[in-house]
Design a protein around this ligand. Structure first.
Ligand SMILES: *Cc1c(COP(=O)(O)O)cnc(C)c1O
Length: 413
């Protein structure tokens, strides 16, 4: 029997839908291996009796950054379980490759180092970004220099040594959106990195709109259960090769167990994101119609994040929730709420925080998979403390007819 014909994955004439890729990508070889669940390879080292052959494989990696054929030599170079997650995420984002890291911040660090190693240390960035991303760029910890601007100012901010333009859309925590296609056009030949953590490839595939690099904190929706930390960069193979070399040299690798959990998380990503988004949209409508709420931010794109501003003391809402968990992070199966000015964006300079729309009365909620009526009941009892404040602040900002103010990006400074 011709074994080739048996092990070759079925040839497809049309590309598979996202929901299909989510459960099959990175697993195409399993049936031929006689497996159903992906194997977890925890090896840190790989035996070989042929050190000349190993030397050649190490030379090849040093020269090209391509994933090695066969065993990885050493776990800092590559891992087959993590490789399955990388393959799957690249398919979902529509890129040639993806490279996984120990966390979202390790992923961003590797991108910045990869560009700086080419002599391109200048970054153009649009606020707001996730607080620690803002900090990593602004504090110059990696020797990068940043110019903050709004989307309209990107073209003018680009210099000969600009290696990267960074935007988040919808942004953490205001849910402000940028037009990726327009921004990509302003970038010219400079690669645009979109942090797609909030939208996930279920709602938005930035590469289809001209972005060159897509970054995820995999800790959030990709993992989806609040129990695994990771980061991943989806991009073309040329940049992925550079990222693998940086990862090998700096060591921010994803643990294979985390790689397994992230691959498992991807399988339910479309279902989780759609279900949580439906609840978030409903909660955003109810909050917008509630007189205790000054302003609701919910992206036109949709999604499972809702941010809102109260008239009174946001800390009382955090202290009063019972079903909803008062905790930083997002993208889990359960609903979380936090106060960005105190936690996720605390590390950003107060003036910069305020100027980018992250005010002291803003709360950010990551809507999970609970029943929407239970979530609403918990929010209502937590907001009941807000009623006295309503009388003190009767000059509420103007509302649209629907009582809903769409998320907008204030002019970044
Ligand atoms: C959490 C987050 C990060 C950082 O990811 P970690 O996995 O916590 O290192 C980056 N970007 C966004 C939008 C985030 O929400």
């Amino acid at each position: 029997m011709d074994t080739e014909a048996v092990i070759a994955p079925p040839t497809t004439t049309r590309s598979r839908a996202l929901a299909t890729e989510a459960v099959h990508a990175g697993r195409d070889d399993l049936a031929a291996l006689g497996l159903h669940a992906p194997p977890i390879d925890l090896s840190t080292t790989y035996p070989s009796y042929d050190s000349r052959g190993e030397a050649e494989r190490i030379d090849a990696f040093a020269a090209t950054g391509a994933r090695p054929d066969g065993p990885p030599v050493y776990a800092r170079l590559d891992n087959p379980t993590t490789g399955r997650f990388e393959t799957a995420l690249a398919r979902l984002e529509g890129t040639a490759s993806a490279v996984a890291f120990a966390s979202g911040m390790a992923a961003l660090t590797a991108v910045l180092l990869a560009r700086a190693s080419m002599g391109l240390r200048h970054v153009v960035a649009v606020r707001p970004l996730y607080g620690c991303s803002d900090h990593l760029l602004g504090a110059g910890l990696l020797g990068t220099e940043v110019t903050w601007t709004d989307p309209a100012g990107i073209a003018d901010a680009i210099r000969p040594d600009t290696g990267l333009v960074i935007v988040e859309t919808p942004a953490n925590p205001t849910l402000a959106e940028v037009d990726i296609r327009a921004v990509a056009h302003s970038c010219g030949s400079v690669p645009l990195l979109v942090d797609n953590t909030f939208a996930t490839p279920v709602l938005q595939r930035p590469v289809e709109h001209g972005a060159r690099i897509v970054l995820h904190s995999a800790t959030k929706y990709l993992g989806g259960h609040g129990d695994v930390m990771g980061g991943v960069v989806a991009c073309d193979e040329e940049f992925a090769a550079r990222l693998r070399q940086v990862r090998f040299a700096t060591g921010g690798v994803l643990h294979p167990m985390a790689g397994y959990l992230l691959l498992r998380g991807l399988a339910t990503l479309p279902v989780r994101v759609r279900a949580a988004s439906a609840s978030a949209a409903e909660l955003s409508r109810r909050l917008a119609a509630d007189p205790r709420i000054a302003r609701v931010h919910y992206p036109e794109l949709g999604g499972a994040m809702v941010s809102f501003e109260v008239y009174g003391d946001p800390h009382r809402v955090i202290a009063a929730v019972r079903l909803i968990t008062p905790a930083v992070s997002l993208g889990s199966v359960d609903t979380l709420i936090q106060h960005p000015a105190s936690i996720s964006h605390r590390i950003v300079d107060e003036g910069d925080r305020q100027a980018s729309g992250v005010g002291d009365r803003l709360l950010r909620m990551s809507v999970g998979l609970e029943d929407v009526e239970d979530l609403w009941a918990d929010l209502c009892q937590a907001l009941s403390y807000e009623e006295p404040a309503r009388r003190e602040f009767s000059d509420a900002p103007a509302r649209t007819a629907a009582g809903f103010v769409p998320a907008s990006r204030p002019g970044a400074r």
